[in-house]
Design a protein around this ligand. Structure first.
Ligand code: ZN
Length: 253
């Protein structure tokens, strides 16, 4: 019961973080500050009032349109907020409330921001990856120093593995994906292995479907890979050690 209450509270936090991630995903690729000024409607330039800035609720209340000019507001904003809320709740349900959340929740937020930016702009910004890497190392050293060698090795291994994949398949992957995999290793340790497997399976399935439906143009352009890495990262975070145990039980013992 208690963990359910905690999950609901943390999902509220997740919705607010998701709202901030929308700001990050909009402004970082445009080189704008994520702190100031207040968000404005891109249609009529009116500052968005606090009552119209409540995650998910305001978008539904306004039926996806600006209160001032009626310009459509993309559903990606409430979707990002809802996904972050659900992901935060899932992390708490899977891992409980402890200091590990200081790594797990920022990691989750980073994955969602990166997926959102890559879907729209086809880039994975260093301005998100670098602070995420610094946080993983700094906070990791503070709360679980013993695990750091494994995390650093996992980061280096994931970076190297994706580097080889990107060199072999340059249309599908860029250096941003390679660096993202490295940061994922810093957060996940050994769980980065099932995370990358999940990302490749999901990416391959969706990539094949897109190519079959859209033909040569899609084949040349490829499919942005960071959203699949983000999905894999969540799998690794929520179930990584269970998946490793399952594999070891099934095949190695
Ligand atoms: Zn407007």
């Amino acid at each position: 019961m208690r963990v359910a209450v905690e999950a609901v509270i943390v999902s509220g936090l997740g919705a607010m973080v998701g709202s901030f991630l929308n700001v990050v995903a909009y402004r970082v690729p445009r080189g704008e500050s994520v702190v100031t000024p207040r968000s404005r409607c891109p249609g009529c330039d009116t500052a968005i009032s606090p009552r119209d800035n409540i995650p998910v609720v305001s978008w539904l209340n306004l039926r996806g349109r600006c209160r001032g000019c009626g310009e459509r507001i993309s559903p990606r904003y409430p979707v990002t907020e809802a996904v972050t809320a659900v992901a935060f709740a899932a992390v708490v349900l899977a891992r409980g409330l402890d200091e590990g959340l200081l790594l797990a929740l920022p990691f989750t937020a980073m994955l969602i921001a990166v997926a959102s930016v890559d879907l729209e702009h086809r880039i994975v910004p260093n301005k998100i990856l670098l602070p995420a890497a610094v946080w993983a190392i700094g906070v990791g050293c503070l709360i679980d120093l013993d695990a750091m060698p494994e995390r650093v090795a996992a980061g280096a291994g994931a970076f190297g593995f994706l580097l080889v994949a990107a060199l072999a398949y340059p249309a599908g992957m860029g250096m941003g994906d390679v660096k993202l995999a490295g940061v994922m290793g810093l957060y996940l340790g050994l769980s980065v292995i099932p995370a990358l497997m999940a990302a490749f399976v999901a990416g391959t399935v969706v990539g094949l479907v897109v190519m079959l439906r859209e033909g040569a143009a899609a084949r040349k352009q490829g499919v942005p890979f960071a959203p699949f890495l983000a999905l894999g990262g969540l799998v690794g975070l929520l179930a990584g050690s269970e998946l490793i145990d399952l594999y070891v039980d099934r095949f190695l013992s």
